[in-house]
Design a protein around this ligand. Structure first.
Ligand SMILES: Cc1ncc(C[n+]2csc(CCOP(=O)(O)OP(=O)(O)O)c2C)c(N)n1
Ligand code: SF4
Ligand SMILES: [Mg+2]
Length: 293
């Protein structure tokens, strides 16, 4: 008797996807009203519109409320250690260059403990998307100031106000030479979804800062609504100087693609280098004979 095997249920038709197809079934545990819900909804819509097969997507995070993200998406997920999402993502991308690798996390995870990894991810231009959900606070640990908190912020851990100036993530990325830099807002889900799609489609490292308020420890909804604006049409995203000018504006938090440039991603250069290494004259013994005398 010939048996016909039914395809496993987790393989689904990538031509017919909805955001719900990417829900893992694990209900998000964020506080009601947390901006991260908006980011999740925009993300699910973006990946369904890009028709990314679930087995082609890897989501990597560190630690924080926002870093719980991989649990809620039906894809490969890696909830890593605090600040180490980028090196984990880089390792995954090196081992499986065919995967779409998206790193998610918070401002603390990215710009405090994880800060050392960012300039290197940028200069390598690995094909990784980094979505930083910036609530200007450490949410998970109950409201300590983060590197993006404004000066003077009053919190339990800073009862007399902080004296440190905030870091500007877009200035950092542009200054390090990033090939794709943008800012979105969780309360603008349609535009945020488009930014997520563009970030994933960019060949190289993309940094998307998403303003995503923490309603419990530092509710910035009204502030962000009053200070955000889309980049004007005359801004040319291929002009790094113009991008920096808008990134440095302290009166307005501009949203949109600040900068984009097509240049060789790490993966392509690395593959070409490997092809040179594996030629017969470059076996381990030959290399040792040549260089290790
Ligand atoms: C090595 C280490 N140091 C400190 C912590 C404590 N810790 C967990 S999450 C976090 C900050 C999270 O802030 P952020 O990345 O902004 O995420 P949010 O919760 O705001 O989304 C800290 C300090 C930890 N888990 N591991
Ligand atoms: S503590 Fe803040 S960041 Fe964390 S889930 Fe609640 S609202 Fe969101
Ligand atoms: Mg945070």
């Amino acid at each position: 008797m010939v048996m016909t095997l039914e395809p496993p249920k987790y393989i689904f038709d990538p031509a017919n996807l909805t955001p719900n197809d990417y829900k893992s079934g694990v209900p998000p545990v964020w506080c009601p009203g947390c901006g991260d819900y908006g980011v999740l909804a925009s993300f699910l819509k973006a990946i369904s519109e890009l028709r990314i097969p679930r087995e082609q997507l890897a989501i990597v995070s560190g630690i924080g409320c926002s870093s719980r993200f991989p649990a809620f998406v039906e894809a490969y997920g890696f909830h890593g250690t605090h600040g180490r999402a980028l090196p984990i993502a880089a390792g995954i991308k090196m081992a499986r260059p065919d995967l779409i690798v998206v790193t998610m996390g918070g401002d603390g995870d990215a710009f405090s403990i994880g800060m050392g990894h960012i300039p290197h991810a940028i200069r390598r231009n690995m094909d990784i998307t980094y979505i930083v959900m910036d609530n200007e606070i450490y949410g998970l640990t109950k409201g300590q100031p983060s590197p993006t908190s404004p000066i003077g912020i009053l919190q339990k851990a800073s009862p007399y106000g902080t004296v440190e100036r905030p870091l500007n993530p877009l200035q950092l990325a542009l200054g390090c030479g990033a090939t794709w830099v943008a800012r979105g807002f969780s309360s603008k889900p349609k535009e945020l979804g488009e930014l997520i799609k563009a970030a994933i489609q960019h060949k190289g490292f993309s940094l998307l800062q998403v303003l995503s308020p923490c309603v419990t420890f530092y509710d910035t909804y009204d502030h962000f609504k009053s200070i955000t604006k889309f980049l004007p049409a005359e801004h040319n995203p291929r002009d790094r100087t113009s991008a920096l000018k808008y990134a440095l504006d302290e009166q307005t938090l501009y949203m949109g693609v600040f900068y984009q440039e097509e240049s060789e991603a790490f993966d392509a250069g690395y593959a070409a280098m490997r092809a040179r290494v594996t030629t017969p004259n470059y076996g381990v013994r030959e290399i040792m004979n040549k260089y290790m005398r």
